[in-house]
Write a protein that binds this ligand. Structure first.
Ligand SMILES: *Cc1c(COP(=O)(O)O)cnc(C)c1O
Length: 460
């Protein structure tokens, strides 16, 4: 292995403002009453939030409370909606049931049992994540690894299955509500490296969670440095999916092992890897604090590329102006817009969902307001069972109003970039709601996808 490239002095330098390691203070539903900022809210609203937090994951830290949320605008404030539970996130009957249980002062175990039942009705595992994507090595399934698209392997390191705060709309919410079986987890780097080694078609490793950036640098190092070995040369790109730039930018600036982390990034880049930090930003306001600016600067200085992605979410960013300002800000900071996602069909979907027709309108409206450098974001894209389906447009063909769709990623690479058409439906919010246009019985990929699903059921 080659020696560490010495960092230029300038890179190690921090803006003198950041002298101390800011203390990371976090609150979950059990510490609800300790969040000082909430005391100003009406008791009824606080109770409603506690009800929801007993079903859906809740976790927020002091930085988000102090620096991101505009408390003058609560409850509409988008950063408040991003992190704090709202009554509308549960169906009326589910809400009433948990509210009643809390008022009656039931034991924790009883509350948990009720929560489990409600959670089970919220489609905890969308897009066949657990059945179809877990690969095998020597006949054994590899937990903590998903391999859906030929080039890219997803890895869920066990120490990274939490976040600095939780997003209310998280599509992986089920792994944070306690049940061990629901978690993706990898106990060892070893099986990851063995799996990567035996498949030379894998060019990309995508480390995800939770948030891998909650990990200590030494853990990240154990997973990532071995990728520099000659037998893993075909793994050219290392992506790290993270919301830490929003929730804890101190990770890159003042945390005890922040400098060590930057050195790890530099080393990977210097030895030929493309390292991409896939930063999740929902709103331009997440990029306004001095500490996040410093974090972005420091990471970019290591040669890591920062790409951005986010779902389109009602109550948070359902507005072309919010997206265009976000993309412009990102381009001006040297970040590359990558994906706009459609909110998945899971969890509090009813509260956050935006019809596909509206999603397209927001995307188009935002695109029209930015220069070409901001137009690198693809979308709106649905990460569905068969692949990532993008809504390309809405048009009329021979008298029929249709959605124009394409796969930007697919289980079968042959499906990629083939346009297909669905009957226009103003209320559709997900691929499952769509019907083929022009009187076709099914979409071109459906028969083959059914066969794939049958295969993977048998393998289990
Ligand atoms: C989006 C995604 C990827 C990465 O796909 P790209 O087209 O390379 O961005 C890989 N695996 C899964 C499961 C995904 O959803």
């Amino acid at each position: 292995m080659s020696p560490t490239i010495p960092m230029q002095a300038r890179r190690l330098q921090r803006d003198p403002v950041y002298t101390e390691n800011t203390r990371f203070q976090v609150y979950t539903e059990r510490q609800f009453d300790q969040i000082a900022a909430l005391k100003r809210l009406p008791e009824e609203l606080r109770f409603a939030m506690r009800v929801v937090a007993n079903v859906l994951p809740f976790r927020v830290n002091q930085y988000v409370i102090d620096e991101l949320i505009d408390w003058e605008r609560v409850p509409e404030d988008p950063l408040f909606q991003l992190t704090f539970p709202q009554q509308g996130m549960l169906e009326t009957a589910d809400f009433a049931r948990m509210a009643d249980a809390l008022r009656r002062g039931l034991e924790r175990t009883e509350l948990r049992a009720i929560a489990r039942e409600i959670q089970a009705g919220l489609n905890p595992h969308p897009a066949g994540q657990q059945e179809m994507n877990v690969p095998r090595l020597d006949g054994e399934p590899l937990p903590g690894i998903q391999h859906k698209y030929r080039e890219t392997v997803l890895f869920f390191p066990s120490q990274g299955q939490v976040c600095h705060s939780y997003c209310t709309f998280c599509f992986r919410w089920a792994q944070f509500v306690g049940d061990k079986e629901l978690r993706f987890a990898a106990s060892e780097a070893d099986s990851l490296h063995r799996y990567l080694k035996q498949d030379r078609a894998i060019s990309d490793l995508l480390v995800t969670g939770g948030d891998p950036m909650v990990m200590k640098t030494k853990h990240l190092q154990a997973y990532l440095e071995p990728l520099l070995k000659p037998e893993l040369e075909h793994v050219q790109t290392i992506r790290i999916g993270t919301k830490s730039m929003t929730f804890w930018p101190q990770r890159y600036v003042t945390d005890q092992d922040a400098d060590e982390l930057l050195r790890l990034f530099e080393k990977l880049v210097a030895n030929g890897k493309h390292v991409a930090l896939m930063a999740h930003f929902n709103h331009w306001r997440e990029m306004e604090t001095p500490v996040v600016r410093e974090a972005l600067r420091r990471v970019r200085d290591t040669g890591v590329v920062i790409r951005t992605q986010a779902p389109l979410i009602r109550h948070i960013n359902d507005d072309p102006d919010v997206w265009s300002r976000m993309w412009r800000t990102q381009v001006s900071l040297g970040l590359v817009p990558y994906y706009m996602f459609v909110e998945r069909d899971t969890g509090a979907k009813r509260y956050f969902e935006v019809p596909l027709a509206r999603a397209h309108e927001v995307y188009q409206g935002a695109m029209q307001q930015v220069s070409g450098l901001g137009r690198t974001a693809r979308g709106p894209s649905m990460s569905a069972g068969p692949g990532k389906v993008e809504i390309q447009g809405i048009t009329e063909i021979q008298g029929e109003k249709v959605f124009v769709l394409r796969f930007i990623q697919a289980r079968n690479p042959d499906w990629v970039q083939r346009p297909f058409f669905a009957r226009f439906d103003p209320e559709a919010t997900w691929l499952d709601d769509l019907k083929p246009a022009f009187g076709e019985k099914e979409f071109f990929f459906e028969r083959e996808y059914r066969a794939m699903r049958g295969q993977s059921m048998k393998a289990r």
